[in-house]
Design a protein around this ligand. Sequence first.
Ligand SMILES: Cc1cc2nc3c(=O)[nH]c(=O)nc-3n(C[C@H](O)[C@H](O)[C@H](O)COP(=O)(O)O)c2cc1C
Length: 322
Amino acid sequence: MLPPILQNLRIPVVASPMFIVSTPDLVIAQCKAGIVGSFPALNAREKDGEEIQLEAWLTRITEELDRHNQANPDRPAAPFAVNQIVHRSNARLERDIEICHRHKVPIWITSLGARPEVNAAAHDCGGIALHDIINNKFARKAIEKGADGLIAVAAGAGGHAGPQSPFALVQEIREWFDGPLLLSGAIATGRAVLAAKAMGADLAYIGSPFIATEEASAPSDYKRMICDSGAMDIVTSSLFTGVSGNYLAPSIRNAGLDPDDLEHADASSMNFSEGSSKPKAWSQIWGSGQGIGAVREILPAAERIERLAREYAEAKEELARF
Ligand SMILES: Cc1cc2nc3c(=O)[nH]c(=O)nc-3n(C[C@H](O)[C@H](O)[C@H](O)COP(=O)(O)O)c2cc1C
């Protein structure tokens, strides 16, 4: 049984948090269209002496969604989520937890480390905590440390993807865990959302297709490259952040590197003090999962979600006929 906050979504989808890309415009559009919208807390950055952006973003998102709900009681917005990077190099973590707790963030997504105090803060303000993992061992650890649900990040996902097949990952987790389970990795159509559910996940966790939306905070060349690329254009490399991640090969070529001949880097080079573990020199190297073959045009987020909902309904109907 899903916690009430994850029930009543238009379709069983959580839009994943993406560094740089996910900002309030996108989150609000996603929630208004009926799926959970999210952003990494580290995207909200201010210069010294400026107003704290995370405060401003949370206030804006909460107020706009409240206004939407008052005006549309028949189709209220989905709740939103904030992602915390729980890595030792994230010097803002404590401050950001305090702010999210005070703003009563309803869904907390933690990545790169499971910490009981983050889960406790989520629970204390009435929220739930979902932790992203790439294998069954980390999944068990996350639940032991107090997460309410798991995000299984399988092969082909954008960002720090895992190496495992989604079939293997979901099956092993479902042997012992019957709580909320989200699945990510190259899910880009309504049919794929239904497939994730058929495998045993409760919800699909979708990132890369939302890069090619009008609201995404990404350069237009990046959005276009998403539309023009497919799975064969995605390269897995540890060079850019210290952990294995998936990137668009054309963006690697544009930076003067050979995507077929990249050096390895080790995890000790990870550093989130600037918001991402990717050095500024590589800011033009763009991340993406393998599912983007299904993404052909830049659309408003609501239209992308409308399409997913239509495809999901059609796939359900089609399968019911067998
Ligand atoms: C450009 C980009 C940036 C990302 N940044 C983050 C991040 O800051 N925090 C995080 O937890 N996951 C991040 N992710 C991973 C996503 O949350 C999610 O696991 C992934 O997008 C799902 O796979 P898909 O892109 O194939 O749908 C990022 C993914 C991409 C493509």
